[in-house]
Design a binder for this molecule. Structure first.
Ligand SMILES: Nc1ncnc2c1ncn2[C@@H]1O[C@H](COP(=O)(O)OP(=O)(O)O)[C@@H](O)[C@H]1O
Ligand SMILES: [Mg+2]
Length: 281
């Protein structure tokens, strides 16, 4: 098939009328760690998220999928107020962490971002040693007084991130000298070191090879025993492997949220079906 035909065979996601769209499936849970209601997000006067309501359950792994530009990163960044760093971005609606309004003007975002940590697409270790990368958060948040306590946090965080055995003999070498997959696990260790409750991951494996990806996916399953995780992924296979529920976004709207297995075998919405069968993406 030539290129023109391939493109013609793809549907245009913008061609679907989404006015009056209601999210289908099970967006809410009885064990919500975070609860978002009627969230709208704008970049200047351009709306990027439309009336999204969704819970993330305690110890759940929630995957967020959808075509490029549908608002996954924007919505994820609302959950620890990372959008505050973008001047033209404004967030409306109710967003709660254990019932507490995270957009309360009196709330300090620094401890919020320790409670709701974030791992980015490209591993971004600080230009510091492996040890200092992991010790950074506990130091600035004043979590430890004694050096031995800090040593222990660094070791347990690296262990939980599945990196300890590989770096125990080189803790004082630069974090940037590690392989890409190791750097991403170092960033996960740095996030874990401040004992977050929720970990947000925005396409954490997209810069990694398949072996490094498999390690991170294994790690996500282990981490969900202690943390609540929301992960954006462009890989449907990854969403299917790591998550309990999957949320499908389309042009800034939340189309469907369901048990992951259902989303990938018998979705409730025709747009979800079109995406998972590759008709757009
Ligand atoms: N910093 C920004 N400034 C202006 N518009 C943005 C910014 N970030 C994202 N957008 C716009 O918001 C929409 C959603 O983008 P994004 O959340 O990055 O989608 P996704 O992560 O699903 O690819 C897109 O139309 C994008 O162009
Ligand atoms: Mg994105």
């Amino acid at each position: 098939m030539n290129k023109v035909n391939t493109e013609l065979s793809k549907e245009n996601p913008e061609a679907h009328d989404l006015s009056g769209l209601e999210t289908v499936g099970i967006p809410f849970t009885d064990t919500a760690k975070m609860s978002m209601r009627d969230v709208n997000v704008f970049y200047a006067d351009k709306q990027a998220i439309f009336d999204v309501s969704l819970d993330i359950g305690q110890n759940e792994v929630l995957a967020m999928i959808g075509p490029s530009g549908c608002g996954k990163s924007t919505f994820l960044r609302c959950l620890n107020r990372m959008n505050d760093t973008i001047d033209i971005c404004s967030v409306q609606g109710s967003l709660k962490l254990e019932g507490q309004d995270i957009y309360d003007p009196k709330l300090d975002v620094v401890p919020l971002r320790a409670r709701v940590g974030m791992v980015f697409q490209k591993p971004n270790p600080f230009p510091k040693s492996i040890y200092d990368n992991v010790a950074y958060g506990p130091r600035i948040h004043g979590l430890v007084n004694r050096r031995t306590d800090l040593d222990e946090i660094v070791e347990t965080s690296l262990q939980k991130a599945g990196l300890w055995k590989e770096v125990r003999d080189r803790l004082h070498s630069p974090g940037t000298g590690l392989s890409g997959g190791q750097q991403q696990r170092l960033c996960i260790a740095r996030t874990i070191a401040v004992s977050p409750e929720v970990i947000l991951m925005d396409e954490p494996c997209s810069a990694l090879d398949p072996i490094a990806t498999a390690k991170i996916e294994e790690l996500i399953a282990e981490l969900s025993e202690n943390f609540t995780i929301a992960i954006v992924t462009h890989s449907m296979q990854q969403a299917a492997r790591v998550s309990h529920r999957t949320a499908y976004f389309h042009l800034g709207k939340l189309v469907e949220v369901n048990e992951t297995e259902k989303v990938f075998t018998n979705p409730d919405h025709k747009l979800t079906e079109a995406y998972i069968t590759g008709r757009f993406g």
